[in-house]
Write a protein that binds this ligand. Structure first.
Ligand code: PSU
Ligand code: MN
Length: 315
């Protein structure tokens, strides 16, 4: 049995290695035990328009470096899952019109078919875990969509958080979602939700949703200690760190709510569903708010980058 486990594991590792490319700087940091922060690429290719997307990607990378960690953006290209991208690769993702959006299920397709593909939260978590990166920064995770009882549209991000050992720093969940239902499902899945310096779960564009969070932490060292404890106990899965958008950039929830409702009703008129829905809503909300939602999105990601780098360094 031991022989079987040994050989099957080593075969898996060897074949896995041939499909992953870890950027030299990231590889060296991991080897030396230096802090590394994973970043997703869907937010670049599908979450924001050009050129704001590439500017955001560069600024976020700089913030992570300024806080003592190495950024590792994850994406698929040339038949490999890349952990850490250079400027040219980032530009390609930001400018190309036909970048695929891949979650767990499409990941092998993107690699086998050599597609240029941006990874969502779920696929980025998978890549981060394979490379040995514990902390991952995004804007807002996917979750249970409003009207879920009719559409069954629930982001696979939630299922990934239950099974992959990576902590995700996010400004709560995107306000376009059903936030109470998203929190219920996270509870069912056993995913810890930690709220940084707030008693409430973040609502992406607004710093507070109506939902209370029990596990509040005010210090980075507490979050690092919590994560180390969870994994030392052998408890499988990730954790969600809710980091509210800074007040000066937030859009009040009563203002954004009607805008979201309008965007959702437009998505129904146009028959937008599945993985196209989230990018459609983000872009609709951007036009209705005349760019204010995009500015909020950029600021909350930067704020998450700061916290993520600090947690990675503390761990
Ligand atoms: N956060 C942002 N913008 C985004 C996303 C997150 O600020 O575009 C992306 C993430 O990649 C997340 C995805 O995994 O939206 C959720 O997509 P869906 O609802 O189709 O699961
Ligand atoms: Mn979906």
């Amino acid at each position: 049995i031991i022989k079987f486990i040994f050989y099957s594991n080593s075969a898996t590792l060897a074949s896995m290695k041939s499909m992953i490319h870890i950027h030299e700087e990231v590889r060296q940091a991991l080897r030396e035990g230096k802090p590394v922060v994973a970043l997703e690429s869907t937010i670049i290719a599908h979450g924001m328009p050009f050129p704001e997307n590439i500017q955001m990607a560069k600024e976020v990378g700089a913030i992570i470096r300024a806080n003592g960690a190495v950024p590792a953006t994850i994406a698929c290209m040339n038949g490999k899952l890349h952990i850490g991208l250079d400027d040219q690769q980032l530009n390609l993702l930001a400018e190309s019109k036909d970048v695929m959006k891949v979650s767990r299920r499409e990941l092998p397709y993107a690699i086998a078919m050599k597609k240029i593909a941006a990874t969502t939260v779920s696929a980025t978590m998978i890549g981060a875990e394979m490379a040995g990166i514990k902390i991952f920064v995004t804007g807002g995770i996917g979750g249970v969509h409003r009207g879920w009882a009719d559409s069954l549209d629930i982001s696979t991000d939630l299922i990934e958080l239950a099974q992959t050992n990576v902590a995700v720093v996010s400004a709560g969940a995107k306000a376009i979602l059903d936030i109470p239902a998203t929190l219920e499902l996270l509870e069912t899945l056993g995913v810890p939700v930690i709220s940084y310096r707030s008693n409430r779960f973040g609502a992406f564009y607004s710093s507070e949703s109506n939902e209370a969070v029990e596990m509040r932490m005010d210090h980075v060292s507490e979050i690092a200690n919590f994560l180390n404890t969870k994994w030392a106990l052998g408890l499988k899965g990730g954790a969600l760190i809710s980091n509210p958008i800074p007040k000066p950039y937030e859009i009040e929830s009563n203002k954004i709510d009607t805008i979201i409702e309008d965007a959702i009703s437009k998505s129904k008129d146009y028959g937008v569903k599945g993985k196209k829905l989230t990018p459609f809503l983000l872009s609709e909300i951007k036009s209705i708010t005349e760019g204010r939602s995009l500015e909020a999105n950029i600021q909350l990601v930067k704020n998450n980058a700061r916290l993520g780098a600090e947690i990675a360094a503390a761990m």
